[in-house]
Design a protein around this ligand. Structure first.
Ligand SMILES: Nc1ncnc2c1ncn2[C@@H]1O[C@H](COP(=O)(O)OP(=O)(O)OP(=O)(O)O)[C@@H](O)[C@H]1O
Length: 432
């Protein structure tokens, strides 16, 4: 799992403030030394109010951090609602749920407004506090300076120089304060982004690129989803996938078939146990290379809004026209694209809405194959299709997967019948 902490978040957000920070540190020390030089008694006296200021900042920092976090969470929730509704517009309209969805969005924006109001009030009180504290400190310092001058312990000229530099010292302290507030707010807001980036970096930290023939071993794999850490979905899975063979993974709904595939895809890491590809732990593989060697066709493949060509070569931009045509023929894509006016330049539409289910599946198979993988994962790739489309897709899969290791999540008897080995996943364990 991704490990990250606040210092990591701060180190990502602080560089933009570095210049201001450096100049205020320099100003602080220069002015500090000059004020001490001209009147150490006054300088010492003005520190009396510091503990109150430090105490207030200690309270304010976590408060702002918490509010920024809450605010970006509610903001994200409102955006997610909008995105979900827009992408499922037909379902929303089919069930006349427009009012319900508007109410959901309004609830999200209301909480955002409430948090923003709290933030405004806290910021106002904080500013008021510092204005009052500095006025109070200036007034008491002036009185003390008068007392020192009266007793001949402070020259009037030194007094003028002292106050001049004291004002500059205040300016640098104010700058510190502003930087502190901005960094605290930024930390609260950027924490989820940094967490995502850190996770992505860790996901891509492997460097090895050994030759792969496609022997996969799950050794004592245990796993619980981070959102339900107390519920172990997989308990000590031991399974071997021989190179070039097809293994059908079967089991009741909810028994963990997709979870096992998610682990092989490195979307999550096992709580314990190991997954090896030709003897190398999968996390040690270089990211791009691993994705080239292990490819997936999912149950509901997502296409992007570009052309058929763009979608087949997605993530494999070095692929040539010949590569594209080769897999398009293998996956029966050529069969329907040849009848389209723009051929491989036909636009697929957002999320592939301009393609039928079977066409999307065949493009997804071509996309998985174009990188010449050694391992192919098929997540019920034909289960959502009608008989004719299924036959075309199945034919394509049989043709393509002959010299690859195939892990197929199977619901249908026909898929199971074609497999070299059947692995039954039950109660978090597996028997083959
Ligand atoms: N992202 C998630 N967070 C928490 N729990 C999850 C998550 N995804 C799946 N689960 C839980 O993990 C268990 C296994 O789910 P999984 O999707 O692996 O089952 P499956 O065998 O593939 O089911 P199906 O055949 O219905 O697709 C289920 O109890 C499910 O509720």
């Amino acid at each position: 799992m991704a490990k990250f902490n606040d210092s990591e978040v701060i180190s990502e957000t602080i560089p933009s403030h570095l210049q201001k920070l450096t100049s205020s540190v320099v100003q602080f020390f220069v002015c500090g030394f000059i004020t001490i030089y001209y009147s150490w008694q006054l300088t010492l006296f003005s520190l009396i109010t510091s503990p109150i200021g430090i105490f207030m900042s200690k309270w304010y920092g976590p408060k702002v951090d918490e509010l920024s976090k809450e605010k970006s969470e509610t903001n994200g929730k409102a955006s997610a609602t909008v995105e979900e509704v827009i992408s499922n517009m037909r379902t929303v309209r089919a069930f006349a749920a427009e009012r319900r969805e508007i109410a959901r969005f309004v609830t999200d924006t209301d909480s955002w407004l409430e948090i923003s109001l709290r933030e405004v009030i806290i910021n106002f009180l904080y500013d008021l506090f510092w204005t009052f504290l500095w006025r109070f400190e200036a007034a008491t310092s002036l009185l003390f300076a008068g007392y020192l001058a009266h007793n001949g312990r402070l020259e009037p000229a030194n007094f003028v120089i002292y106050f001049n530099y004291k004002m500059r010292l205040h300016v640098s302290l104010l700058m510190f304060n502003n930087i502190y507030i901005s960094v605290t707010k930024a930390v609260g807001k950027t924490r989820p982004v940094v967490r995502l980036l850190t996770h992505a970096r860790q996901d891509q930290s492997g460097t090895e690129t050994p030759p792969v023939i496609g022997h996969i071993v799950f050794g004592g794999v245990e796993f619980a989803y981070p959102t339900r850490p107390s519920l172990n979905v997989l308990h000590g899975i031991n399974l071997s996938l021989e190179p070039g063979k097809t293994v059908a993974l079967v089991g009741h709904s909810g028994n963990g078939k997709s979870t096992l595939v998610n682990l092989l895809q490195q979307y999550y890491q096992p709580s314990s146990g190991r997954i090896l590809l030709d003897g190398t732990p999968i996390e040690n593989f270089e990211h791009q290379y691993f994705r080239q060697m292990v490819s997936i066709v999912s149950q509901e493949p997502t296409l992007f809004s570009g052309t058929v060509r763009d979608n087949i070569l997605y993530g494999y931009e070095q692929g040539t026209e010949e590569d594209m045509m080769r897999v398009a023929r293998m996956a029966n894509v050529d069969e329907f694209v040849a009848r389209m006016e723009d051929g491989y330049d036909t636009m697929c539409g957002e999320r592939g809405v301009k393609m039928s289910g079977g066409q999307k599946q065949r493009i997804a198979i071509a996309r998985a194959l174009v990188r010449n993988p050694r391992v192919l994962i098929l997540d019920e790739a034909t289960s959502a299709l009608d008989v004719e489309s299924e036959a075309l897709v199945q034919e394509a899969l049989n043709r393509c997967s002959q010299d690859m290791t195939v892990l197929v999540i199977a619901h249908r008897l026909s898929t199971v019948r074609n497999a070299d080995k059947i692995a039954v996943i039950e109660n978090g364990g597996v028997s083959a």
